[in-house]
Design a protein around this ligand. Structure first.
Ligand code: DC
Length: 226
């Protein structure tokens, strides 16, 4: 008789930019039939709308209002994650590099974080989730039974992001992609509110020399209930 495996109901994946969090989290969610929550996409929506409406990225009150009032929806079907803001699809636009920087800047404000964290916790209360971001294991889901800190060397992460952007037609150089990544990671790791860090009870997983499948298998093993 084969033994039925059971898994943690909440799988939290944190780590720096380009660590492969969303690729891996999506696959794990598909395998387990869980909801995938891309929390970075939520901060990106706030950053993108701020840029589009000319709202200063230093205006905490205005950015908090956006985070509280925008209707941000994430859908995940057949391996495809789509993002909507007030009913309009923004899946592609939020991936722009300038939106990534704006998201990182806006996400340093406590008001913005409180509004989005409340929504993220509601999603996790209603479904089994794989959630990725910067503060999932430390702040959003501190009781998650499986916490992963996914990382890889800077050169590996920057090369992944460079190839991703190239595939979309970008002419950005590897040097520029690397320096932008360093700026964003430093900001995310050194802010006062919920900085990116490994939760005490998270397992650090360096996937720099692993394939996607090896990473997924390794994390699924860690998520298995003994
Ligand atoms: O994961 P990402 O690159 O799409 O995230 C964009 C930015 O949003 C990231 O630089 C920092 C911020 N972020 C955050 O502060 N907390 C999260 N849980 C997720 C993202």
């Amino acid at each position: 008789m084969t033994e039925q495996k059971t898994y943690a109901r909440q799988i939290a994946i944190d780590g720096p930019a380009g660590a492969g969090k969303s690729t891996i989290a999506k696959l794990i969610a598909s395998r387990l039939g869980y909801i995938y929550v891309d929390t970075g996409a939520m901060y990106r929506v706030v950053g993108m709308v701020a840029l589009d409406r000319g709202i200063s990225l230093e205006d905490e009150a205005a950015l908090t209002k956006l985070a509280e009032e925008l209707r941000i929806e994430l859908s995940y079907n057949d391996g495809v994650c789509r993002v909507f803001c007030d009913g309009a699809e923004v899946t592609a636009e939020i991936r722009r590099p300038d939106v990534g920087q704006a998201a990182s800047t806006a996400s340093a404000f406590g008001g913005v974080r409180r509004a989005l964290v409340a929504q993220q916790r509601r999603m996790a209360a209603e479904h089994c989730v794989v959630m990725d971001g910067r503060d999932i294991g430390t702040k959003v889901l501190p009781d998650a039974e499986c916490k992963i800190y996914l990382t890889a060397a800077l050169e590996v992460r920057a090369m992944r992001r460079f190839l991703e952007l190239q595939a979309k037609g970008s002419t950005d150089t590897l040097e520029h992609v690397t320096s932008e990544m360093v700026i964003r990671d430093n900001r995310d790791m050194n802010r006062a509110e919920s900085p990116l860090c490994k939760a005490d009870d998270a397992v650090e997983f360096d996937n720099g020399e692993l394939t996607i499948e090896e990473t997924v298998a390794g994390i699924l093993k860690l998520a298995e209930k003994k």
